[in-house]
Design a protein around this ligand. Structure first.
Ligand code: IMP
Length: 427
């Protein structure tokens, strides 16, 4: 039996990881978020209710599940408290939450610096969520970050904050921003530490103990591999690694404990923020997909850019992250098209390539080479087995498997938990 499953986004984020994590969470004992912070937006729907989570793991609705925010995350305590208050106000009161004492804290100066740095980039913005994620990770690696455990020790936190502000207030001045007050931040974050203190612990010990007991552990990635700091479309990426390979480091477990990886993939592609996107569509098809798929950012509300499915991207993701199975999401959105296309390779400066170039100018010059297939008109949101699909939709799934060499294990044909077809056991 496969007891440890990693859920990874295979594109530029927003693939529907929240739904898949929630689906498999029904069988999990522990759900672990391993990177990113409140830049993510996971939407989960069940029982006619819609919930949007940002940093809290998707197992929070089940009182038996231990939800872990692991050391690889950047945690904004203000956002965590407000997410918990929203959940509680909607009746989600009985939950188990654990926050790593080693997770980096997103501080108030991080979001100000994020916005200020973006505004200086002229036409070359990354299009960040302005949540301070990049500056928080930069401070972590610069060793001037504050960690969640620090908030529980007033003297130590004071000295870390003083040292950080020495530098941060100079940076803020450089951008023409007001300096930040030690006293205000100290009081606010000590209070947040008190509020969240009961959740803060050594989560690596917890996860290892659970694994040794034979518990079923689900690792929940945020964003997608194309936004990975190492393997994504740098610099138009986030500041962490959403790959399955980052799970051991980001959670404090041995690499051998990762059993299966499910790559979550839309039946088409979307992207928010800037950066090249070879299969991007304009016009009516893009508009129809955007409206039918509700393709607007959960965190920022920005309309998402829309394009055809890209097998070069999926093969890249399979290589750099490891992907054992695919979950094909929003499949119902593609109904009604005369033809559907999948990008199989790029043409770069007159040559055919099947791998991802490293630099943005090269990636921008890539022209997609497509296979075109007949579409299907039927509404497929009610199907509950592969056999019920129209032949053209079956062929689309088979083509993806052939092009990527990855088996499709899950089909999602609507937002609700019940609109999910399981084709292979993965967890
Ligand atoms: P940051 O993570 O806020 O630094 O933003 C960097 C890039 O990642 C931008 O293009 C964002 O739009 C993108 N990004 C960050 N989080 C998500 C997400 O959860 N879904 C989709 N894109 C994201």
């Amino acid at each position: 039996m496969k007891n440890r499953l990693v859920v990874v986004g295979t594109q530029w984020g927003d693939e529907g990881k929240g739904k898949i994590t929630d689906y498999f969470a029904q069988q999990a004992d522990v759900v672990v978020r391993y990177q990113g912070g409140n830049n993510a937006g996971h939407t989960i729907e069940f029982g006619g209710q819609r919930y949007a989570l940002q940093s809290i793991p998707s197992g929070i609705f089940n009182p038996h599940i231990k939800n872990v925010m692991a050391n690889g995350m950047v945690v904004n305590p203000v956002s965590v408290v407000s997410e918990l208050e929203t959940l509680e106000s909607r009746g989600v009161k009985d939950y188990k939450l654990f926050i790593s004492d080693r997770a980096a804290v997103v501080m108030p100066y991080h979001s100000v610096l994020d916005g200020a740095a973006e505004s200086l980039k002229g036409g070359k913005q990354i299009g960040t969520t302005k949540k301070g994620i990049g500056p928080a990770y930069s401070d972590k690696y610069d060793r001037i970050g504050i960690r969640m455990g620090d908030l529980l020790d007033g003297d130590y936190f004071a000295s870390r904050l003083r040292d950080a502000l020495e530098i941060k207030n100079r940076e803020l001045a450089m951008y023409g921003c007001e300096p930040m007050s030690f006293d205000t931040i100290y009081a606010q974050y000590m209070e947040l530490g008190r509020r969240l203190g009961k959740y803060i612990c050594d989560t690596s010990v917890l996860i290892n103990e659970e694994i040794e007991k034979g518990s079923r552990v689900l690792f929940e990635g945020a964003q997608g591999v194309m936004l990975c700091i190492d393997h994504g479309t740098y610099p138009y990426v986030t500041s962490s690694s959403p790959t399955a390979s980052s799970v051991p480091q980001n959670t404090g477990i041995a690499p051998r404990y990762v059993d299966n990886v499910i790559g979550v993939c839309k039946a088409y592609t979307t992207r928010v923020g800037e950066g090249p996107f070879p299969t991007e569509l304009e016009g009516e098809i893009a508009h129809n997909i955007r409206e039918r798929g509700h393709e607007y950012g959960t965190v920022t509300g920005r309309p998402r850019r829309v394009g055809w499915l890209d097998a070069v991207v999926l093969n890249h993701t399979r290589r750099v992250s490891g992907i054992d199975y695919l979950a094909l999401m929003l499949f119902d959105v593609l109904s009604g098209l005369d033809t559907v296309k999948i990008c199989v390779a790029y043409e770069l400066d007159g040559r055919r390539i099947e791998t991802m170039p490293a630099t943005i100018p090269q990636f921008e010059r890539c022209k997609p080479i497509y296979v075109e297939m007949p579409g299907w008109k039927e509404d497929i949101s009610g199907i509950r087995s592969f056999d019920e699909l129209p032949e053209a939709a079956k062929n689309y799934v088979r083509k993806i498997e052939e092009l990527t060499r990855i088996k499709v294990a899950v089909l999602s044909v609507g937002p609700d938990r019940t609109q999910t077809v399981l084709l292979h056991d993965v967890f």
